[in-house]
Structures are given as structure tokens and as C-alpha cells.
Design a protein around this ligand. Structure first.
Ligand code: ASP
Length: 603
């Protein structure tokens, strides 16, 4: 080994020992006849001193080195003199008096500072990701990620699970996104699909009798990128036989509590409550406007349709008459917003698909006026009743949305998120989980005039709702559950169908005819005829969980080599063109070439 100790290891009790350290130069400075080197590795930073008197050769070498050089030093550990101890550094009680400096590799000046947490353009960080990953914050995040996956494995192995790998080159497993396809060289014109999840395979493992499976699985979905999405991402994919919903929920609650405990010493995160509230989808939409509510704060939505419908404000009256809701949120302490600030909120509503946002501002102070462009349409009694319903006080702002149910939900969800952040209620150190249950099994797809599975094709209806599949599929609830945390969906799963006839019926409802169903999922249907245990599972998203435990704003911060928001790898330059001979081997001609040749490729 080129080092006897790590750069985070030495303490005063190592005094007088002869040591070798190797790492990167975090900082180097010359003072009088001494060069000070802060040497860094994954474990920490150690100060080394090179004295021109006692080690002239080493001193000459040290004068030549710069930041991010990789060097080896050799010397004697000594306690730092009185008054020179650095209490902020674990190794701050000692320094290494260097006898020999060896440059293992020189370094160009990095395009951004590695040793400080300065703000750097993300594209530059991604291009030089190997330098970005040297930075303390990224090291902490990746170390945390490793600790999380280890804790997951420990927790599940203690409970009788086994880890099984499933293939990446497979067949479509629809989870609501586009597939990534891989052309086959051996089978001209045929394609593998990268798994959107190992869903089918984990169910087949249940048919195979493994009973408790998990995998830290890579999933691939070709969809538009956002802060919490990547073309490839990692799930803890799991499945269990002979379980009911409660078994899955209890197991996952225990796991999530454990993950927060593991992360807390590193990131300071804190569980808001160890009991995870359970909300039906309908409750979540009515109270929080979304199916993944952020429960770190209240700002709950209140229905005021009955009151608003009685006022003289035409929009409210007409909307209520059409069966649409009018709902509001009380924002504490924003009653004195300026006209401009209030107008800006309209933009927020428009961004969420609404037409606008009505407001009633209860100014604070002596005058304490009620300010609202729609105030003139309210009688004093109506206004009082509304203020009472909202439990509003002087100094509060009431924001009102009136539109169809989905639009009102989207607008007020945006309002909640905005004010959660603006008022500092969305504390990144707090972790608030909740379960969402009782989803409808299907959503109506008006464009295609058919039902879409609201989760995926394999989710079982509630047993008591099975008759609705014939009479009114909209009424059938699925045995589905989602775990939400801080406004993100962090897991989704369900109890599955394990009966061929029921599975075929669901395929039929979503518009797959018998031949289609056989071609795509014949292997599943067939397997269901060879003794299939009742089973269910779930798949927590590891990137999102680690992001939340780390208090980071997006998942790219917790992935070693993420794609940019345009789904590109900026470091290696992927995706990139393929060589002509590769394409030929894969039996592929590019559309541009075909049109260039004036040939449609069919010749
Ligand atoms: N396959 C599902 C998903 O990826 C999870 C599950 O149902 O277990 O969201």
C-alpha cells in the first residue's frame, strides 16, 4: 500500500509514528520556510508541514505542487503546538512533519473549485463529473446512498428475503412510459425492451416459489425529464407471496424508519412521525390537491362551494351550478401582500392550468381592512361566514380557486407547494411519510375510448369490487398503495391478480384483445395456470428516497453519473451516433439516409 493510514485517521495518540499518506492536495501554502499541505482522501483531511531546514529536498518538491495533485507524503506524526489545534477537523490535533514528498500525478487547474462549496453551473459539473464527485457534498451523498442500500439489504435479509437479479434485455413491461428498445443483431427487425420495472419477472418469481424477493433494480423509462426523473433510475423492487396489503405496509414502514435512522447522523434528517398517516386518494385530493401530499405542513384545502354559491359573484355561482367545486387555502401572515405580489399569484395558478386565483386579504394592524376584488359580491354575513370557515385571522390571506375538480386540485397543490417553500414550512431536514390508498383501478382514456390501468396491468381489484368490472369499471378500486414523502411519490405497489381469468378480463377492459394479450403477456397468463400464490409487492424509488434523506433538491445530486435534463451524458457525450457498420449489423437504416437516397427502404 502507498499509505499506512487514511487522511481522516491520525490523532494525537499516533504521535511519533512514522506514516505514509497519499491523496489529493486540497490546499497548499508556503509560509516562511515551511510549506503546508492539506492532504485529502475519502476519509478526511490531514495537515502536513514541510520544513526547508529539516527536509530541503521534500520542501523543494512541495513548492512545485498545486491543488488536486496526487501526492504521497512520508513523515512523523506530531501533536500540533498549543494554539494551533483545529477543533473543526477530526485530525486537527496533529500534523505530519514531512520527510519525503512524492508526486504520483500532477493536476491541471480544475475548471471549478473542488475544495469549496461554491455554486457551479450544473452543465460544467456534469461534464467534469469525476471532479464534481470529489467535492464534499457529493461524497456525503454517495456515501449515504451506499449506506441506504446496505441498510435495505440488511433489513430484508433479516426478514427472510433473497436478492435475485432479473434481465435488462427483456420484453415490454409497461409502467405508463415509453420503452427503450434495443435492436437485435441475431433476429433482424426484432427488439428487446429495457424493463420499465422487473414487474413481470418478480411475479414469475412468486409463481416459482421464492416467496420473498427483492432487488436493487435499474429501471428504464423514456419520458420527459424533471428534477425527480431520469431515463434510468433505481428501485428497491420487491414482491412477497401469501401477503395482504397490511403486511406490505408494515414491512415498508419499518424499513423507512430504519433508513431515516441510518441517514440522521450524516444529514440531520428527522422523521416527523413514526406512524404513517393513511389517506384515501379522494381525501388526499380534497385536502391537499394531490396524490403525494407534503405533510411537513398544514395549509389544508377547505371546501367553500356552498358559501361561494350564495354570493353575487357570477363565476362562483355558475361554476357551483355546473357541479364544480370552489375551494380555498388560508395562508397565514400574508394578508398585507402588495397588489403586485397578489397579481403574481395569478401566474402561479395559470402555470398549474387554472384561469386565475381569487383572493381575500385580511390586513393586519389598526385598520385591519378586508381587501378583495370580489369582496363587493359578498354580503357582510357571507364574508364573515367565509372567514369563519377558513378560520382566518387578521393578517391572513385567503386564496380561492374555482374550476373543475382536477384544475382546482392542481392550482391549490401549486399554491400549497409555493407557500410551503416561501414560508419556510417545507424544512428539508424533516421527513414526513404518508400512505395513499383506495385508488380507482382504472382511469377513463377519452381519446382512445377505453380504460387505462391507474397503476399497472397486474394490480388486483378489491375483492368486493370485482363485480364492478362487468357493471361499472369506474367504481372498481384497486388494491394499490403509494407511499408519499415530502411531496414526492417514493413508492408504489399493489396486491396482484393471480388468476388467469381475472387477468384476461382486465386485459380486455384496457383494450387488449386476446391475441394481443397472448403475444405480449402470454407467458404470464400461462404461468398463472401452474399454481400461483396470492402475492403483492411494492417498489420504493431509491434515488428519490436518498434525495429526501440528504435534503437535496433533485435526484441528480444523489446519482454518481446522471443524465442532464435533456437526457444526455455530458461527460462521455451520450447518446452519440453509431458507426455505419454497427447499424448495418443491426439491420437499421436511418430515416435521413432513406429520404436522402429517395428510397423508402422497402426495396
Ligand atoms: N412495478 C411497480 C412500479 O415500478 C411497482 C410495483 O407494483 O411493485 O412502480
Amino acid at each position: 500500500m502507498l499509505k499506512t493510514h487514511t487522511c481522516g485517521e491520525l490523532r494525537p495518540e499516533h504521535a511519533a509514528q512514522h506514516v505514509k499518506l497519499a491523496g489529493w492536495v486540497n490546499r497548499v501554502r508556503a509560509q516562511g520556510g515551511v510549506v503546508f499541505i492539506d492532504l485529502r482522501d475519502r476519509w478526511g483531511i490531514t495537515q502536513a508541514t514541510v520544513d526547508v531546514q529539516s527536509a530541503p529536498e521534500a520542501h523543494a518538491a512541495a513548492e512545485q505542487i498545486g491543488r488536486e495533485y496526487v501526492v504521497q507524503i512520508e513523515g512523523i506524526v506530531r501533536p500540533r503546538p498549543e494554539g494551533m489545534v483545529n477543533p473543526n477537523l477530526p485530525t486537527g490535533g496533529i500534523e505530519v512533519e514531512v520527510q519525503r514528498v512524492r508526486v504520483l500525478n500532477a493536476a491541471k487547474t480544475p475548471p471549478f473549485e473542488v475544495s469549496a462549496e461554491s455554486k457551479v453551473d450544473e452543465a460544467l459539473r456534469l461534464k467534469y463529473r469525476y471532479l464534481d464527485l470529489r467535492r464534499q457534498r457529493m461524497q456525503r451523498n454517495l456515501i449515504l446512498r451506499g449506506m441506504v442500500t446496505k441498510a435495505i439489504r440488511d433489513y430484508l435479509y433479516e426478514r427472510g428475503f433473497i436478492e435475485i437479479e432479473t434481465p435488462i434485455l427483456f420484453k415490454t413491461t409497461p409502467e405508463g412510459a415509453r420503452d427503450y428498445l434495443v435492436p437485435s443483431r441475431v433476429h433482424p427487425g426484432k427488439f428487446y425492451a429495457l424493463p420499465q420495472s422487473p414487474q413481470q419477472l418478480k411475479q414469475l418469481l412468486m409463481v416459482a416459489g421464492y416467496e420473498r424477493y427483492f432487488q436493487i433494480a435499474r429501471c428504464f423509462r423514456d419520458e420527459d425529464q424533471r428534477g425527480d426523473r431520469q431515463p434510468e433510475f433505481t428501485q428497491l423492487d420487491m414482491e412477497m407471496s401469501f401477503v395482504e396489503r397490511e403486511d406490505v405496509l408494515t414491512l415498508i414502514e419499518g424499513l423507512m424508519i430504519k433508513l431515516v435512522e441510518v441517514a440522521a447522523p450524516l444529514t440531520g434528517c428527522q422523521l416527523v412521525t413514526p406512524t404513517f398517516p393513511r389517506l384515501t386518494l379522494q381525501e388526499a385530493m380534497l385536502k391537499y390537491g394531490c396524490d403525494k401530499p407534503d405533510l411537513r405542513y398544514g395549509l389544508e384545502i377547505v371546501d367553500i362551494t356552498d358559501l361561494a354559491a350564495q354570493t353575487g359573484f357570477k363565476v362562483f355561482v355558475e361554476n357551483a351550478a355546473a357541479g364544480n367545486p370552489i375551494r380555498a387555502i388560508r395562508i397565514p401572515g400574508c394578508g398585507n401582500y402588495s397588489r403586485k405580489q397578489l397579481d403574481d399569484l395569478t401566474e402561479l395558478a395559470k402555470g398549474a392550468g387554472g384561469k386565475g386565483l381569487a383572493y381575500i386579504a385580511l390586513e393586519s394592524g389598526e385598520s385591519g381592512q378586508v381587501k378583495s376584488p370580489i369582496g363587493k359580491f359578498f354580503t357582510v354575513e357571507q364574508m364573515t361566514a367565509l372567514i369563519e370557515r377558513m378560520e382566518a385571522q387578521q393578517g391572513d390571506l385567503i386564496l380561492i380557486s374555482s374550476d373543475t375538480h382536477p384544475v382546482v386540485c392542481a392550482v391549490l397543490d401549486a399554491v400549497r407547494r409555493e407557500f410551503g417553500a416561501r414560508l419556510g414550512l417545507a424544512d428539508p431536514k424533516k421527513i414526513a411519510f404518508c400512505w395513499i390508498i383506495d385508488f380507482p383501478l382504472f382511469d377513463w382514456n377519452a381519446d382512445e375510448q377505453r380504460w387505462d390501468p391507474s397503476h399497472h396491468l397486474f394490480t388486483s381489484p378489491m375483492t368486493e369490487d370485482i363485480p364492478f368490472l362487468d357493471s361499472d369499471p369506474s367504481k372498481a378500486r384497486g388494491q394499490q398503495y403509494d407511499l408519499a414523502c415530502n411531496g414526492y411519490e417514493v413508492a408504489g405497489g399493489s396486491i396482484r391478480i393471480h388468476d388467469r381469468a381475472l387477468q384476461e378480463k382486465v386485459f380486455g377492459l384496457i383494450g387488449l384483445d386476446v391475441e394481443d394479450a397472448k403475444a405480449r403477456f402470454g407467458h404470464m397468463l400461462e404461468a398463472f395456470e401452474y399454481g400461483t400464490p396470492p402475492h403483492g409487492g411494492i417498489a420504493p424509488g431509491i434515488d428519490r428516497l436518498v434525495m429526501l434523506l440528504a435534503g437535496e433538491p433533485n435526484i441528480r445530486e444523489v446519482i454518481a453519473f446522471p443524465k442532464s435534463q435533456q437526457a444526455a451524458d455530458l461527460m462521455a457525450g451520450a447518446p452519440s451516433e453509431a458507426d455505419a457498420h454497427q447499424l448495418t449489423e443491426l439491420h437499421i437504416r436511418l430515416a435521413e439516409e432513406i429520404s436522402h437516397d429517395g428510397n423508402n427502404g422497402s426495396a
